[in-house]
Design a protein around this ligand. Structure first.
Ligand SMILES: Cc1ncc(COP(=O)(O)O)c(C=O)c1O
Length: 364
């Protein structure tokens, strides 16, 4: 068989898609991926090394991730059985697309409703799985357009709707009463509230979601210091978690990730909280500094990054920052409102100072 004929076997949706962008050679200051900028201090590394020292790496990992799910339930509430784990929440977005994909009666494809702009993987993953993504534009303040959302819910009867709160890349939290009314008005849809940046916002929908079986919460360790171990979760009603468990690869979370994640949620939790507090303080400081430039407009943020509108040429600005060894995120596709914006992840105090100085050099 030739490669050309093999390519005819690929899912047709793939032709429209490009792979998720990961920059090839990162510069010294990486403010483009919403990671925590802080490496772990030596004591925390020693704690992890000691725990890994006794790990039985010749065995398969614990396929039920018993200790980790216990730590999640103790730390975030609910029972261990409500937590389905993934190699990052990315994997859970894919698991939901696999498991929740029966089209509504009379529809050809299952629908996912996505307030946009938001995290691109909701759309991309649903397309790869043959879903129909329906985007509903956020309003000018990047908040949910309550009427447009309700109208789209009525019209498209989605299987799933995603709300990233705080939202990426806009940084804001959607109005709580709008989210709550949508969840309550449409109980036949699974409403997934993605709290990937929840640690930076000081708010959560946990208590609200607990009482509503059609509301799930997603979380991750990626934004609070552990992007490298790829651990995310969805907390969902036990009857649905049991179904998601059927599509999860049995050993999707390796032993090292399970051990480190369990420590992150227990012994290392106070350290992570300190880091979050300092990132939040840096965020406010950096927003103040950026606002001194007339050409920049900083949107309010409850996350570990700032969305900044720039009244100039974005590719030139990003290229010049790269020449200063600083990477920020630009948006060449998707919502046209983002074309005039960059997203800046909050760095260490030194990295932020470097960015502020570079912008002074560039913008005057
Ligand atoms: C809103 C949101 N959810 C989920 C993720 C993915 O997180 P993970 O690293 O756990 O796959 C991201 C990553 O940027 C994100 O912005």
């Amino acid at each position: 068989m030739s490669i050309e004929s093999l390519k005819t076997l690929l899912r047709p949706e793939l032709a429209q898609l490009s792979p998720y962008r990961v920059p090839p050679a990162p510069p010294e200051v990486r403010l483009d991926a919403n990671e925590s900028p802080f490496p772990l201090p030596p004591e925390a590394r020693a704690r992890i090394a000691a725990a890994l020292h006794t790990a039985e790496l010749h065995r398969y990992p614990d396929g039920r991730a018993t200790r980790l799910r216990g730590a999640l339930a103790r730390g975030l509430g609910g029972s261990p059985a409500e937590y389905v784990l993934g190699a990052g929440s990315d994997e859970l977005i894919a698991s939901l697309a696999t498991a929740m994909s029966r089209p509504r009666a009379g529809a050809e494809r299952p629908v996912v409703l996505i307030p946009e702009p938001t995290f691109v993987m909701y759309r991309m993953t649903s397309q790869v799985h043959g879903w129909e993504p329906v985007g509903v534009p956020l309003d000018d303040a990047w908040d949910l357009d309550a009427d447009a959302m309700a109208e789209a819910m009525e019209r498209t009867q989605p299987n799933l709707v995603y709300y990233a709160i705080p939202n990426n890349p806009t940084g804001n939290c959607f109005a709580r009463d709008t989210v709550e009314s949508l969840v309550d008005a449409f109980p036949d849809t699974l409403h997934v509230i993605d709290e990937a940046y929840g640690a930076y916002s000081g708010q959560s929908f946990a208590t609200f979601a607990e009482e509503r079986p059609h509301c799930a919460l997603m979380g991750t360790l990626s934004k609070v210091g552990f992007a490298g171990i790829r651990v995310g979760w969805v907390r969902i009603h036990e009857e649905l978690s049991a179904e998601l468990e059927k599509v999860r690869q049995p050993f999707n979370l390796n032993t090292a990730s399970q051990i480190i994640a369990t420590l992150a949620l227990t012994d290392l939790a106070p350290l992570l909280e300190e880091q979050v507090t300092s990132i939040v303080a840096e965020r406010e400081g950096l927003a103040g500094e950026l606002s001194r430039h007339e050409a920049l407009h900083c949107y309010p943020s409850a996350a570990n990054f700032l969305l900044v509108r720039y009244a100039g040429d974005i590719p030139t600005l990003c290229q010049t920052l790269l020449e200063h060894e600083i990477a920020v995120r630009q948006f060449s596709s998707g919502d046209s409102r983002l074309r005039s914006c960059i997203r800046i992840t909050i760095g260490t105090p030194e990295e932020n100072a470097r960015l502020v100085q570079a912008l002074r050099d560039i913008l005057g």
